[in-house]
Structure formats: structure tokens, C-alpha cells
Ligand binder design. Structure first.
Ligand code: SAH
Ligand code: SF4
Length: 365
């Protein structure tokens, strides 16, 4: 596969032109078998696709007849890049990807400027267009769910991010966070399919421990995810230390209150031995008091937990304001004093709205 990758990002349409990207090697072998192609060609196809080569005619170790058969049955292209923005501080880039049919999804690429060979390149990918969960401070939730992304569309974001890094002369995607648009566990099947492909050794080969799935807290899916037997990092969007406030900020809490959520989280840690990261965005005068820090510390006491304090990103329509740096640091100090591990998340990519909770459909601009 030592060749330049030919990009194929033509016309937008509402068919899933990424479908084959969500197939693992065994499934591609099966597709080949169904069409009377030698089964081993499925492995060849998998390698090409995962190398980002989507133009069948470039797949020189497939015969001409095989290529045209695949072209006929499985037309393929990556989502077109409609817009590209880079933050002034050089740490973050954001691509607006067009999957056709009005489905626009944002992909965030972090730390792209670091050229050292051991540098990390993290992609923040989306799992749904829009989101049905309606969290009070989140831009994605504002317009509701448009639709689930398919496994192929989730993998396509990673390929597009990888090709973008290559064009900058940078290396491999090393880390993935599922913290873009959408609730991953509300699209469980497709997300897990995509993760299997992304983890595959002859695919993107991204280790489980380099993947983080962020959820607003769906207990049944957290348990099911634990049972997959992967060591994926789980981030749980907590944002409030008690049911009353959490139900106001995250409507999902009305269905699945904290006790139920935390029991599922304990199950996840017991099964995977992974420390869970609890996300807590500090909202001025809403969830940032010393008393709330204390209640939070009590809630998580004795758990294998890490609290990620996020300076909330201002989204005008939501009416929430970020806490001051002073409040933030005080909150962190209070948690640490009570023995909880807590860090304040770096602000990155703010000037391009590339930060958490700011991703939304902006096709009207
Ligand atoms: N739906 C999943 C993953 C996508 S949201 C989830 O909710 O976890 C990714 C993270 O961004 C979540 O922790 C979410 O709570 C947070 N977030 C949403 N809006 C935000 C905002 N305005 N500022 C900071 N973080 C925000
Ligand atoms: Fe959906 Fe997550 Fe935004 Fe809540 S925070 S609306 S779950 S994307």
C-alpha cells in the first residue's frame, strides 16, 4: 500500500457511500464470497479501505472485473470537507464533513502541530447528527436528533482526519475521543461496529486504551459496554452532584438517576478495571459552589474515579456562563483535599468553536 492516496470525495447524496468502511475483514470476505470473488480479496479490500484508498481503480491488486463489480454494487466516497478552520494557537483544527442529504458533521483534530515522532494526534469524532438528549448547556442538543451515523460514517471521519494529518506531513491518529456530536450509547450498535474496525490491527490499529467514549449516562448500555471485554476509557458527563440539579441540566437523569448511573459505572470499573473519568463543566452560580464540591466528593468517594473539570464553553442560546478561573481552581482544590483526583481541562480551539458542546450544524452560514 506504499502509494499516494487518491481522495474521492465527490457529490453529496443521501445514500450511505461509506457503508463498506464500517465492515470488518470477515464481513468483506463474506461480501466477496457472495459476489463470486475469491474470499481472500476481502482482506485486500479491507487493507485498501483502511489505508484511505477509496477509488477502486487504484486498487491494483484487484482485477479490472473485480473493481468494476465493486464499483457497481458498492459506490464509495468519503464525506466532502465543506469547511476547514484552524485555531490561532495552532493546536486544533475543525473540519465540517458533508455526508450528503443535509447531514453535516464536525470533526475536531487536536495537537496537530506537534511534529515529534512520538506526538499524539487525537480526533474528536461524532456518533450522531444532532442529539436527542437535550442537555441544557450543549449546542448539539439544541436542534434535536437528525439521525444516527452509520458505522461506516463513523470510520470515515477517522479516515478523513488521518488523510488530513498526512497532508500536513504529520503522523498517525493515535487517540480517539467520542465526544463530538451525539450520544454514542444512543447509537450503540453502529458505534461498537465502528470501534471494532478502528481497533483492528490491520485497520487503524488504535488500541482500546487510546479510545474514550463519553456518555451522558445510559446505565444499560454502560453495562453492556463493560461486557464487550474491551478496555476502553469511559467518560461520564456528570455536571451535577445531586439528582435535583442533574435532572434540570441533563434530562436523561429523570429516567436514570444518579444511584442507577453510578451502579452501572461501578459495574464498568469492576469489569474493565479502568478508572472512569467524570466530566463536570462548571456553570457559574449553578454547580460551582464549595458545598457542591463537597457533595460531589462524597458521591464519588471510594470509587476509581477521576474528575475532569471543564471550563464550560459559552453557548449563547443556552444562557449558561462559565465560572471564573478562581472558582474553578478552588473547586478543584476542594475535591483534591477530599482525596479525589481532579484536573482542569485545557481550553483548546475555542476561537473556532472546536471545543466540547459547541459542535452543531451550521449549514446556514
Ligand atoms: N453525548 C456525550 C458525548 C458528546 S458531548 C456526552 O454527553 O457525554 C461531549 C462532552 O461535552 C460531554 O461531557 C458534555 O457534557 C460536554 N459539553 C456539552 N456542552 C458543553 C459546553 N457548552 N461546554 C463544555 N462542555 C460541554
Ligand atoms: Fe447530547 Fe452529549 Fe450534548 Fe447532552 S451533552 S445534548 S448527550 S451531545
Amino acid at each position: 500500500m506504499e502509494k499516494n492516496i487518491t481522495e474521492n470525495t465527490n457529490m453529496a447524496c443521501d445514500k450511505d457511500f461509506c457503508a463498506l468502511l464500517g465492515k470488518n475483514e470477515a464481513e468483506l470476505r463474506e461480501i466477496c464470497r457472495e459476489h463470486g470473488l475469491p474470499v481472500y480479496k476481502g482482506g485486500i479490500l479491507f487493507k485498501w479501505l483502511q489505508a484511505g484508498e477509496l477509488v477502486y481503480d487504484q486498487m491494483t491488486n484487484l482485477s479490472k472485473a473485480e473493481r468494476s463489480l465493486l464499483q457497481e454494487h458498492y459506490p464509495l466516497h468519503l464525506p466532502a470537507i465543506r469547511r476547514e478552520q484552524r485555531s490561532a494557537d495552532g493546536t486544533t483544527a475543525k473540519l465540517l464533513l458533508d455526508f450528503g442529504g443535509g447531514i453535516l458533521v464536525e470533526l475536531v483534530i487536536m495537537n496537530y502541530q506537534r511534529q515529534q515522532s512520538r506526538s499524539r494526534h487525537t480526533l474528536c469524532i461524532s456518533t450522531q447528527a444532532g442529539c436527542a438528549m437535550g442537555c441544557a448547556f450543549c449546542a448539539t442538543g439544541l436542534s434535536g436528533l437528525v439521525r444516527n451515523l452509520t458505522a461506516g460514517e463513523i470510520v470515515a471521519q477517522v479516515l478523513q482526519g488521518q488523510l488530513w494529518l498526512q497532508r500536513q506531513g504529520l503522523g498517525k491518529v493515535t487517540n480517539l475521543v467520542l465526544m463530538g456530536m451525539g450520544e454514542p450509547f444512543a447509537n450503540y450498535e453502529q458505534v461498537c461496529r465502528a470501534l471494532r474496525v478502528l481497533n483492528a490491527e490491520n485497520g487503524q490499529n488504535i488500541g482500546w486504551r487510546r479510545i474514550t467514549v463519553s456518555t451522558c449516562g445510559l446505565p444499560a448500555q454502560i453495562r453492556r459496554f463493560a461486557d464487550e471485554g474491551w478496555e476502553v476509557n469511559l467518560a461520564v458527563s456528570l455536571h451535577a452532584p445531586d439528582d435535583d440539579l442533574r435532572s434540570r441540566l441533563l434530562p436523561v437523569n429523570r429516567r436514570f438517576p444518579l444511584a442507577e448511573l453510578l451502579a452501572a459505572c461501578d459495574y464498568y470499573t469492576n469489569k474493565t478495571h479502568r478508572r472512569i473519568s467524570y466530566e463536570y463543566a462548571l456553570l457559574r452560580d449553578v454547580n460551582d459552589s464549595p458545598r457542591q464540591a463537597q457533595v460531589l466528593a462524597e458521591l464519588l468517594a471510594g470509587r476509581l474515579a477521576h474528575v475532569n473539570l471543564i471550563p464550560v464553553n459559552f453557548v449563547a442560546e443556552t444562557g449558561f456562563w462559565p465560572s471564573s478561573d478562581e472558582t474553578l481552581n478552588k473547586f478543584a482544590a476542594l475535591l483534591k483535599k477530599r482525596g479525589l483526583e481532579a484536573t482542569v481541562r485545557e481550553r483548546r480551539g475555542l476561537d473556532i468553536d472546536g471545543a466540547c458542546g459547541q459542535l452543531r450544524r451550521r449549514n446556514d452560514e
